[in-house]
Design a protein around this ligand. Structure first.
Ligand SMILES: NC(=O)c1ccc[n+]([C@@H]2O[C@H](COP(=O)([O-])OP(=O)(O)OC[C@H]3O[C@@H](n4cnc5c(N)ncnc54)[C@H](OP(=O)(O)O)[C@@H]3O)[C@@H](O)[C@H]2O)c1
Length: 273
């Protein structure tokens, strides 16, 4: 095992690149640097993230681990070819630049109310089929409940998840909500789940105790670079923040994303990968 086995690449921003070729080149570069875990979701890039990831996965599916999610899906599956959608995206951003990011929240989290969402078996079956089709795969290494808590799932949906894992179509199950939503959970609530995925790092002090609260789970951190100032971000600070998160979670994983291979290289240089 090396430090690279504890890192993962986030695919949330793939569809913001200029073209499918740019996305493939970035993913190939990340792969050549040694990263082997890729995190996506049906909702990322309105469905295009899974499609762009599938173009990279061709021929190397057995060499990488793929996480995708369920519970939040785009209202419509992508209909345009990814190249055209990305060109339109670029044009849209030129006409309407993105809003300034909101200030980072460091105050104690407000406990969210119990969920009202109900996820049934039929929705889950459709979501799993759709993700496998988009990703061009017959199995998913880590399948995560996206921005929800386990009580949102109907019992038949939990049965389906267990069937997926028993038949090896899913290797591990996990939760991927804001970490504040796990604070009130009991270890027994988490019995079917292998992984807890949540925000960690300087901007998320309230999540620091989750490792101790749920020691039997694999923890995956993301959004660790939130709150790193733009000036610091041009130096070694992002790599140092990621290295700190890896040190806090030596048996888990730390995700980060980038649209710039030079940034990925810089991070790995600091981390030592
Ligand atoms: N519910 C969930 O499970 C959930 C929620 C959120 C995110 N995620 C996953 O976690 C992944 C990472 O999260 P994230 O994208 O929110 O946050 P992140 O990885 O903490 O931050 C990404 C940002 O950091 C910048 N960056 C990275 N390295 C840099 C460097 N060396 N120098 C300057 N800037 C650098 C990137 O800009 P550049 O593009 O310019 O490099 C990008 O804007 C996502 O892609 C997604 O897969 C999961």
């Amino acid at each position: 095992m090396t430090v690279l086995d504890h890192l993962g690449f986030g695919c949330v921003a793939l569809s913001t690149l200029a073209s499918p070729r740019a996305s493939r080149d970035l993913l190939e570069g990340v792969f050549e640097l040694g990263l082997r875990h890729f995190d996506t979701a049906p909702i990322y890039g309105r469905g295009y993230s899974e499609i762009l990831l599938s173009e990279f996965l061709r021929g190397k599916r057995d060499k990488v681990s793929v996480a995708t999610k369920f519970g939040m899906s785009p209202s419509r599956r992508p209909r345009l070819p990814s190249g055209l959608a990305m060109r339109l995206n670029t044009l849209r951003r030129r006409l309407r630049p993105p809003a300034r990011p909101s200030p980072v929240e460091t105050s104690p989290p407000i406990r969210p109310p119990a969920t009202r969402r109900r996820i049934g078996r039929a929705e889950l079956e459709a979501s799993f089929d759709s993700s496998c089709r988009a990703l061009g795969t017959d199995h998913v290494d880590l399948y995560l409940l996206h921005e929800e808590v386990p009580s949102a799932l109907e019992p038949a949906a939990v049965d389906f998840l267990q069937e997926l894992r028993a038949s090896n179509r899913v290797r591990q199950l996990g939760l991927a909500a804001n970490g504040s939503r796990y604070l009130d959970l009991e270890p027994a609530d988490l019995a079917p789940w292998n992984v807890l995925q949540y925000e960690f790092g300087p901007a998320w002090p309230a999540h620091a105790g989750l490792l101790r609260q749920f020691p039997a789970k694999t923890h995956i951190f993301h959004s660790c670079l939130r709150g790193v100032s733009p000036t610091a971000a041009s130096g070694t600070e992002p790599g140092r923040v990621l290295a700190g998160c890896l040190a806090a979670n030596p048996s888990g994983r730390v995700l980060f994303s980038s649209t710039n291979l030079a940034h990925v290289r810089a991070n790995l240089r600091v981390i030592g990968g």
